[in-house]
Design a protein around this ligand. Structure first.
Ligand SMILES: NC(=O)c1ccc[n+]([C@@H]2O[C@H](COP(=O)([O-])OP(=O)(O)OC[C@H]3O[C@@H](n4cnc5c(N)ncnc54)[C@H](OP(=O)(O)O)[C@@H]3O)[C@@H](O)[C@H]2O)c1
Length: 296
C-alpha cells in the first residue's frame, strides 16, 4: 500500500484512477480547487479530498509531504486570460513547481499525464506545453523516478470526446461540417489508461520513460464522428471541410462562447494521434460506445 497524491484527480481520468487506487488499497489524497463540487469522491473512506491552490508552491510542498507517489493529471485544452489557466502556468510551471516540491521531501515516484503528439516544436501551444512540462520533469528528476504517459483520445463514460461530439451532432440540423476530417486517432479506453498507470507504479522499466497509449483501432476524425452519429441513431451527414475551410471554422468557433474549437485545437489536429510502434491497449471503442449511447 502506498500513499499517493493525485492532482487533477477530480476529472474524467482522475475519477477512474482514484477509484482504482482506492480499490487496490492505496491511501489517496486528491488536491482540488473546489472541494464542494467534487464531494461525491468522499464516498471512499480512505480518500482525503483537499481544497487548495496547486499553483502555490507552499501549498504543494505542504500537501505532498509524506507521499510515496505523486500523479499529475492537471491539464487544459483551451487557455483563458486568467493567469492560472494558461498553458504555461497549468502545464509547464506546475510541473516545475511539482518537481521542486518533490525534491523538498525526496518523493520517490511521479507519474505525469502528457498527450500523444507532445512536441517542443509543435505549432500547437497545447502540444508544445505538454512536451515542455514533460522535459522539465525528466531533466530535474533527481531522486524522483518519473514516468510520463502520452495517450491518444481517451474514451469512456463521462469523457470529453463522445459526450461533446454527441451534443454537437444533436444540435446540428442535418449537415455536420467537420474540420480536419482526415486526422487519425487510436482512441484508448480510460480503464486501460488507468491500468497502465497503476501497473507502472513499481515497474522500474517504466522509470524515465514516456509511454504512448493507443487503442486497438484507428479512425479518421470523420469515421469517428460518423460512428458516433450512427450509434446514437442521429441521421446527420458529416461534411468534410477543406484545409482552408477547416481553418476558417476554427477561427470562428474559437470566438463563440464555450469555444467548441480553437485555432490551437486546429493546430493540434494537424498531427495524427496514433502510435504504430506501441503495444495497443486491448479495449475496442465500439462496444463501449454502444453501451454509453444506448443509456442516453
Ligand atoms: N481526455 C483525453 O482524451 C486526453 C487525451 C490526452 C491527454 N489527456 C490529458 O490527461 C489529463 C486528464 O485529462 P481529463 O480528460 O481527465 O481532464 P479533465 O476532466 O478536464 O480534468 C482535469 C482536472 O485538472 C484540474 N484542473 C483543470 N484546470 C486546472 C487549472 N488551471 N489549475 C489547476 N487544476 C486544474 C481539475 O481539477 P479541479 O477542478 O478539481 O481543481 C480537473 O478535474 C490532462 O492532463 C489531459 O491533458 C487527456
Amino acid at each position: 500500500m502506498a500513499r499517493i497524491c493525485v492532482l487533477g484527480g477530480t476529472g474524467f481520468v482522475g475519477q477512474v484512477l482514484v477509484n482504482r487506487l482506492v480499490t487496490q488499497g492505496h491511501q489517496v489524497r486528491v488536491l482540488t480547487r473546489e472541494r464542494f463540487r467534487h464531494r461525491s469522491l468522499l464516498v471512499f473512506p480512505t480518500l482525503d479530498l483537499v481544497q487548495t491552490n496547486v499553483h502555490k508552491e507552499r501549498s504543494l510542498v505542504r500537501h505532498i509531504e509524506g507521499m510515496d507517489v505523486i500523479i499529475n493529471l492537471v491539464g487544459i485544452l483551451n487557455e483563458s486570460r486568467v493567469r492560472q489557466k494558461t498553458f504555461k502556468e497549468t502545464h509547464i510551471r506546475l510541473a516545475q513547481k511539482l518537481m521542486s516540491a518533490c525534491h523538498t521531501h525526496d518523493i520517490p515516484r511521479l507519474l505525469q499525464m502528457s498527450a500523444l503528439g507532445a512536441d517542443r516544436n509543435a505549432r500547437s501551444n497545447y502540444l508544445r506545453s505538454k512536451a515542455e512540462a514533460e522535459a522539465a520533469l525528466f531533466q530535474f528528476s533527481g531522486v524522483t523516478k518519473v514516468t510520463s504517459f502520452r495517450p491518444s483520445l481517451i474514451f469512456g463514460p463521462g469523457d470529453h470526446l463522445i459526450g461533446r461530439f454527441t451534443a454537437l451532432l444533436r444540435l446540428a440540423p442535418y449537415f455536420f461540417p467537420l474540420g480536419c476530417p482526415n486526422t487519425r486517432f487510436a482512441p484508448v479506453y480510460v480503464g486501460d489508461v488507468v491500468t497502465r498507470m497503476c501497473d507502472s507504479l513499481n515497474d522500474r522499466q517504466t522509470y524515465s520513460q514516456s509511454i504512448s497509449l493507443c487503442g486497438p483501432d484507428v479512425y479518421t476524425l470523420q469515421e469517428l464522428i460518423e460512428l458516433i452519429a450512427a450509434t446514437a441513431s442521429l441521421k446527420r451527414r458529416v461534411v468534410p471541410l477543406s484545409p482552408f475551410m477547416s481553418r476558417m471554422q476554427a477561427r470562428i468557433l474559437g470566438r463563440v462562447p464555450g469555444k467548441p474549437l480553437t485555432m490551437d485545437n486546429y493546430y493540434s489536429l494537424q498531427v495524427d494521434s496514433v502510435c504504430p510502434d506501441a503495444d495497443p491497449c486491448p479495449t475496442h471503442l465500439e462496444p463501449v460506445l454502444r453501451e454509453m449511447l444506448e443509456k442516453n
